[in-house]
Design a protein around this ligand. Structure first.
Ligand code: GL2
Length: 812
């Protein structure tokens, strides 16, 4: 039998009885237990394996079809994947949800109980990591042959506990019970070198031998990534660092030196120990650079291994391979591919450079200059000596090109160089990423424009055609179909079928229902039911949510000034007709980011104060659930009425929470920042609450000598709120936050305060008219179709990767 043609497997159960049998056989043969003694965990594991088998069968057919078509593969390199829980998604994507519910019931369990055991792998920090997860979902949904590469961190993003003291961080041992969704593939392990020195090769000016001083093994395992409404199942491959056998020092162990005996092994395995709990501020530690190279080295060798299976010449490599760099974290892939081609495969430098440039594309996810990664040359030289040499050569040839275009413009050469000279010599990873790739994209229109006009302006002048925009998107499956089943059912009923789940633009058909009073009432009832489920506050109050990482540029502090002002207004006039509000904050702060942690602590303090105040608490409640993650987001988003997207314009590259909330019928209050602009353009100005300075006004205010005190002095309510903080009634932390705002106010919080408050008054006016509000809510959902990650992937496929779908034939 030709195993590549059919996959020659026994058929998996498609009826309830057969599914039940498959589940039982997993319970007996893989868990080694019985129906009588099966625990919830046994049932969960057996179910996960049964569902996984369905996907694995599709995976086998996918691999066969993709291999046969010899396509251009998309390899997505990302230091982060925030995948979310797997069971519910895999039940949906394998179409086994009903069968599973019935089968586990017979074992005496409810599906929900088992879903509670399904731990989310927290392998990412925030938006960037979640975007990677949405894109791999949509790559499979669009039938694009793709592999996502990442790191299998032992400990994911820390578990956050909120107390009145603020944020505490605990380790997240997400795979403590094992991870039933992954397949280890130890045979595909790779050896990764670090440190050491380089040696010349006689007769060659470009080739060198690198003799590493340390070698660590990278062992992959993969998780299945099914497409929705299609047969394709792609994979993500995650690398774990393993010490080589030789690193265990048996003689020391025998001599009783137990710690010393394993020291080297521990050092090696630390590479994949923790996810860097850093969200866009640079900590600059060697371990982080080691992680980056570890990911890159393992993944590129795997990519090259796959390419070489076909015995095709290097001249076809870029036709068969596109590698997308998710931010600068995997940028060392550029010199690493050069090293593999030139040093190991003896390709001429010029040809290798041509291949490399055509192979890579780079997505930039920030505008904050401090978030553009740079590494000390010193550190590079020690850790990756050969890569530094290659970077120098790339830089020399690149600067020659610049010099030829702009003769004598030394300042330009200095600005554009991959090596920063002052105050310390550093490697500018974003410059390397732009120089070594075919396409560079920002993640929302404004972001892409500002990249061209500011941080990467010199590069845009040199290579205008290289710069593109691909606006982010979110998975409609996870962020509405799974997260919001009630609303999904109503939408399906309203539109007549559920094809919108795979074709989100179809939501536009809801527009006509926005004027249908009975439809509106049902819409409203669902929002209320979702709020009851969330149990964060009075379900009839305006549920005002700000869910995102804590960062000063996102301006949780502005929201807090609003809360303090409301508090003071209610106290001054308790008998007035107040709109009851539940203000929900959720999100983590980087453990070393003290200003952000201060804001968390201040929120917790103020929440407690309001709770204890009988005059204010009937109208205002502040809640801060701990440990914001994908699972919690899926509960909060369906219950939100108002979506806070209040970053200083020009700072948030895109945002994706803004899209998820609008999709679920929350109305946005926001600045003209990131994707807010595109959301507003689509849902309509009347269905979006806009306030604040735009990006150009904000930049000008700073240039013109912005003085926060000026706003403080002229606005009585602002002054009252700030004075309350300064007075110390909310503790030292209140003082520190106030000092930072009055002293410098990096993100122009005080400048936008009045405009924000006035806008919140408009919010309340609309809220008092439920028909009007519900209409706005429906129109937000109706016009969010553009923000599907299926569209994002189609954009990348057409304009950046130039790849076509490879459909997988159905099983007959
Ligand atoms: C981010 C941006 O801050 C955010 O605006 C964007 O939506 C995402 C995805 O493109 O990327 N950049 C970044 O470093 N993180 C982000 O969330 N962590």
């Amino acid at each position: 039998m030709d195993l590549r043609q059919g996959i020659g497997l026994r058929k998996l159960g498609k009826t309830a009885d057969e599914f039940q049998q498959d589940l039982l056989s997993n319970l007996y043969y893989r868990r080694g237990t019985t129906v009588e003694s099966a625990s919830a965990r046994d049932a969960y594991e057996a179910l996960a394996q049964t569902v996984r088998d369905h996907l694995a069968e599709r995976r086998a057919r996918t691999a066969a079809a993709q291999f046969a078509s010899n396509p251009r593969w998309v390899y997505y390199l990302s230091a982060e994947y925030l995948l979310g829980a797997q069971l519910e998604q895999n039940l949906l994507y394998s179409g086994t949800g009903d069968l599973a519910a019935e089968a586990v019931k017979a074992l005496g369990f409810g599906l929900e109980d088992l879903e509670d055991l399904d731990v989310e792998p927290g392998l990412g920090n925030g938006g960037l990591g979640r975007l990677a997860a949405c894109l791999v979902d949509s790559l499979a949904t669009r039938d694009i042959p793709a592999v996502g590469y990442g790191i299998r961190y032992d400990l994911g993003i820390f578990r956050q506990v909120i107390t009145e003291e603020g944020q505490a961080e605990l380790p997240d041992d997400w795979a403590f019970h094992g991870n039933p969704w992954e397949f280890p593939a130890p045979d595909d392990r790779q050896a990764v070198g670090f440190y050491g020195h380089t040696e010349p090769i006689p007769g060659s000016t470009t080739r060198k031998v690198w003799v590493p001083g340390e070698v660590v093994l990278g062992e992959p395992s993969h998780m299945l990534v099914p497409g929705f409404g299609t047969e394709t199942v792609n994979i993500i491959r995650l690398w774990s660092a393993k010490a080589s056998e030789a690193s265990f020092d048996l003689s020391r162990f025998s001599a009783g030196q137990y710690a010393e005996a394993v020291q080297e092994a521990v050092r090696a395995e630390n590479i994949s120990k923790v996810l860097y709990p850093d969200d866009s501020t640079e900590l600059g530690r060697e371990l982080r650079l080691k992680q980056q190279y570890f990911l890159v080295s393992c993944s590129l060798r795997d990519i090259v291994r796959r390419f070489r299976l076909r015995n095709e010449g290097w001249d076809t490599f870029a036709d068969k391979t596109v590698i997308q760099l998710n931010d600068t974290h995997p940028t060392i892939a550029i010199p690493e591919l050069m090293r593999l081609l030139v040093d190991e495969y003896e390709v001429e430098w010029e040809q290798a450079w041509e291949i490399t440039r055509r192979t890579f594309a780079y997505t930039c996810h920030t505008l904050l200059p401090e978030a553009l990664e740079t590494w000390p040359v010193r550190m590079f030289e020690k850790l990756l000596p050969r890569h530094l040499e290659i970077i120098y050569l790339i830089n020399m040839l690149f600067l020659r090109e610049v010099e030829a275009r702009f003769p004598g413009d030394h300042d330009r050469l200095r600005r554009m160089s991959i090596i920063q000279e002052d105050p310390e010599r550093r490697v500018r990873m974003a410059h390397l990423a732009v120089v070594g790739t075919e396409a560079v994209n920002g993640v929302a229109e404004l972001h892409s424009k500002l990249l061209r006009e500011t941080v990467l302006d010199d590069f845009a002048a040199l290579w205008p055609a290289k710069f593109q925009n691909v606006t982010n998107g979110v998975s409609p499956r996870r962020f509405i179909k799974i997260a919001n089943p009630r609303l999904s059912d109503l939408i399906t009923e309203g539109l007549g079928d559920d094809s919108w789940v795979g074709d989100l633009e179809r939501l536009a058909g809801l527009e006509r229902l926005a004027d249908d009073a009975s439809f509106r009432e049902r819409w409203q009832a669902i929002k209320r039911a979702n709020k009851v489920d969330l149990a964060a506050g009075d379900p009839d109050s305006l549920t005002d949510v700000m869910i995102k990482r804590f960062h000063e540029y996102k301006r949780q502090q502005l929201k807090l000034l609003h809360v303090i002002t409301l508090y003071q207004r209610i106290r001054q006039n308790p008998a007035a007709d107040w709109v009851p509000r539940t203000v929900l904050f959720a999100g983590k702060a980087a453990p070393a980011y003290h200003a952000a942690k201060d804001i968390i602590r201040l929120i917790a303090t103020i929440a407690a104060r309001i709770e204890a105040d009988p005059v204010v608490s009937p109208y205002l409640k502040v809640v801060f659930p701990s440990n914001y993650n994908v699972t919690l987001a899926e509960r909060i988003i369906p219950a939100a009425d108002l979506s806070e997207q209040i970053s200083l314009a020009g700072k948030e590259a895109s945002g994706t929470g803004n899209m998820k909330l609008a999709l679920n019928g929350a109305v946005t209050i926001g600045t003209l920042d990131g994707a807010n602009i595109e959301i507003r353009a689509r849902v309509g100005e009347d269905n979006f609450f806009l306030f604040g300075l735009d990006a150009y006004e904000a930049a000008r205010a700073r240039i013109n000598g912005y003085q926060p005190r000026h706003f403080y002095e002229r606005d009585e309510e602002l002054r009252a709120a700030m004075d309350t903080l300064t007075s110390g009634v909310f503790g030292e932390v209140g003082r520190r936050v106030a000092d930072s705002l009055l002293g410098w106010d990096e993100y122009l919080t005080l400048a936008d305060f009045r405009s924000y408050l006035e806008c919140q008054e408009q919010v309340e006016k609309s809220w008092r008219d439920p028909a009007r509000w519900t209409r706005m809510s429906i129109l937000n959902t109706a016009h969010s179709g553009f923000f599907s990650s299926d569209r994002t992937v189609a954009d990348y496929a057409a304009r950046i990767w130039r790849v076509a779908p490879v459909p997988v034939p159905r099983e007959d």
